[in-house]
Design a binder for this molecule. Structure first.
Ligand code: NDP
Length: 282
């Protein structure tokens, strides 16, 4: 007899959104978990966002991901935000609750769960390059996970100061903005060093302006860039004997968290990572 149940639907909205690997990764994971769910990739213009979110509600979508340029603009269309999303002021994942959607941010959580496979950030001294959306999400989540201190190294003074102020005043973490002039020298006592900028995206030859001779073996070094996953920044850290974490770990883990939020089921992270590597041709 035919199965008459409706498929559950989630989606990713952004513009441009072609080439986003989430659908491939999620649909592989639904199949591996035996779930009859669909994940759609939808290109939505900023002026159509209110109607698109109303449509998700009208059609009973279980949730979705939001990417550029909708991460902030989606907020007025949600019934509430989680603590992390409220602190970050940005949402990349929503889920249905009663008659509306709740906004969450899984970017920072994905990063921290990839980091925790190697080291617990609690009590650690952190240097973070960047103060854009990804860096902000990572910094807030590291703060919520009780890092000892977070130095924000960023070119733009406004964004750098804003993030260190948010961390000190609202998350209660020791933080300062350090202007990024030329090649940055890492302090000896740093435990974790993170590239949260877009330097290296689709460009394996681009290097984060950091003095490579200041990497120490004891440092854990991470990058948000997932394409290519082996960045020059991580290569330089590896050459200095550091343990490294690539951007695919963050991407997989934010996918794992979203999948669990929507379905209540723990997906197999290795299925997600393999799907991503296949999609990205790595
Ligand atoms: P934003 O545009 O919000 O921020 C970009 C950041 O990079 C800013 O801090 C900017 O500094 C800095 N930056 C860019 N170019 C330079 C440069 N030449 N020198 C110094 N600083 C520079 O982008 P996002 O934060 O949203 O994304 C950043 C990266 O993170 C992207 O490459 C994205 O692909 C990746 N990402 C990865 C994820 C994953 O799961 N692995 C998830 C989300 C994002 P300034 O403020 O001075 O302009």
């Amino acid at each position: 007899m035919a199965d008459e149940s409706l498929q559950e639907i989630v989606c990713c909205m952004g513009k441009p959104v072609a080439g986003n690997p989430s659908q491939f990764m999620m649909e592989r994971s639904f199949a591996a978990a035996g779930l009859d769910w669909r994940y759609l990739t939808l290109e939505v213009s900023p002026e159509d966002l209110p109607a698109a979110v109303a449509g998700m509600k009208a059609m009973g979508f279980r949730g979705g991901n939001f990417t550029i340029p909708h991460k902030v603009a989606v907020i007025p269309h949600l019934k509430r935000l989680t603590e992390a999303a409220e602190l970050m002021g940005a949402v990349n994942c929503i889920f249905a609750e009663g008659d509306g959607f709740v906004g969450e941010n899984t970017d920072g959580k994905g990063f921290v769960s990839a980091l925790k496979e190697v080291i617990d950030p609690e009590g650690k001294k952190i240097v973070l390059f960047g103060a854009g959306g990804a860096a902000r999400a990572i910094a807030v989540e590291l703060g919520l996970n009780k890092a000892a201190s977070i130095d924000i190294v960023n070119r733009d003074a406004g964004r750098g100061r804003d993030l260190s102020k948010l961390l000190s005043e609202r998350v209660g973490i020791d933080s300062k903005w350090i202007p990024w002039n030329g090649t940055h020298e890492l302090p000896e006592e740093a435990d974790i060093v993170i590239n949260g900028t877009s330097i290296g995206l689709c460009d394996g030859s681009a290097m984060v302006p950091v003095d490579s001779s200041t990497f120490r073996e004891s440092m854990i070094v991470a990058d948000v860039i997932f394409n290519p996953p082996e960045t020059r920044f991580l290569q330089a850290a590896k050459d200095a004997g550091c343990r490294t974490i690539d951007g695919l770990g963050m991407l997989v883990n934010q996918g794992v968290i979203g999948f669990k939020i929507w379905t209540g089921v723990d997906p197999d992270p290795s299925v997600m990572r393999e799907a991503l590597e296949e999609y990205l041709g790595i």
